[in-house]
Design a binder for this molecule. Sequence first.
Ligand SMILES: Cc1cc2nc3c(=O)[nH]c(=O)nc-3n(C[C@H](O)[C@H](O)[C@H](O)COP(=O)(O)OP(=O)(O)OC[C@H]3O[C@@H](n4cnc5c(N)ncnc54)[C@H](O)[C@@H]3O)c2cc1C
Length: 445
Amino acid sequence: MSQAAWNAYRERADKMAAALAGSDGRVRLRKPTSNLFRPRKQSANSQIDAASLNHVIEIDADARVAEVEGMTTYADLVEATLPHGLAPAVVPELKSITIGGATTGIGIESSAFRYGLVHNTVEELDVLIADGRVLTCSREQRPELFYGFPNSYGSLGYAARVRLGLIPVSPYVRLEHIRFAEPEALFAAMDAECARPTCDYLEAVYFAPGEFVLSRAQLIETLPAATEPSDYTWMRQYWKSLRQRREDYLTIHDYLWRWDTDWFWCSKNVGAQLAPVRLLLGRKRLSSVTYQKIMRASHRWPLRLLQFLRPRTESVIQDVDIPIANAADFLADFEAKIGIRPVWICPFVVPEGGFSLFSLRTDTPYINFGFWDMVRSDKPDGYYNALVEELVAGHGGKKSLYSRNTYDESAFWQHYDREAYQALKRECDPEGRFPGLYEKTVQGR
Ligand SMILES: Cc1cc2nc3c(=O)[nH]c(=O)nc-3n(C[C@H](O)[C@H](O)[C@H](O)COP(=O)(O)OP(=O)(O)OC[C@H]3O[C@@H](n4cnc5c(N)ncnc54)[C@H](O)[C@@H]3O)c2cc1C
């Protein structure tokens, strides 16, 4: 254990706590990147600079845990753990996602069929609350805060430190891409894997009616003779390989970041799927961080004007969770009424209940459907995002709140435990210095 690293963490956390205690009125978090996808109102809030809380404090290889500051990106944490032959149990696939952001924002990835969601892999948190105190919580210590933090979106306080579980990994991954024509057969295969895992990572992509590709990934120590790992970090695109190959090999590093180079397939929205653009951007700039910057700039004046040159569209960028038994029906409805393709399909188990702001059934696996695109629309703005909410509710599911939400307040609190939330809000932020959950995630304040 490096005492120096812990002392440095405490110094940084104390500095942030002092800034919080020393300011008054409404507060917002200032951090270098964000994966939020909803319009945010300019507010008179003072901003707390959290960027400095981005260090890995300690990797305990024997206990297989990492102690990290809340604003540390998964990219930096993975760089620190791989030399130990370890990786976080669940690694959200966009490099700029931070450990605190994924813990509060509901994180998922292809190992979730074994370990659940990101917050299921968290063991302890230091939460900086509105009056500048830092509260340590875990399943044993202040459990109501620990179980109330996921899906709170910084409205109760900020994760200054996170202790999370690590798993052993091998240097390489062998991938099998299996075609399915029927969704029922695909979800049955995923259900069986959730019950008795026979691989290390599992996900699928829906390309079109009758065209699903299930990817099973196995950790391997060495590559077969005369085999080189594939490289999708520049001219070639990982998502296209799913339709072209039945087997593939990647380094574990490139497997964990396979979706970041093309933001799944969303790089097409900024023309980065075109070879000349890829050649120009090069490996370093072909990443979700670059595309986010371009997307945010395109919403600013005068680029905003370009929008009037093309047909009216509505941005539908969502991740929704549906009990596996309802997954095929949900997808059929989604295809008929919204029709975005491709769709990312990621199964996950629910190893424990009790997360008051994101309570899920524990007797069934779920399917996370991720879809991110513009829908041509002659409907009132928000129509398609509201339709997503209706479909999710209609199939007994839950929607993560990182993007656009159209619920009215009473409908919102039917999905999230208002009483538990208000009790925590009274304890952590009685003066309402942080915007409330509904205010923040629906009203964009
Ligand atoms: C296209 C797209 C695809 C996505 N796919 C996935 C996916 O497959 N897997 C997945 O896991 N996630 C996915 N996400 C969602 C993403 O994980 C969440 O939005 C997550 O919250 C982002 O974390 P961040 O660190 O970027 O935080 P931000 O986007 O900066 O913040 C998210 C929210 O959390 C709050 N917050 C940030 N840090 C902290 C902290 N330390 N303490 C308390 N509150 C904090 C912020 O105030 C904000 O309200 C996707 C998002 C997008 C846009």
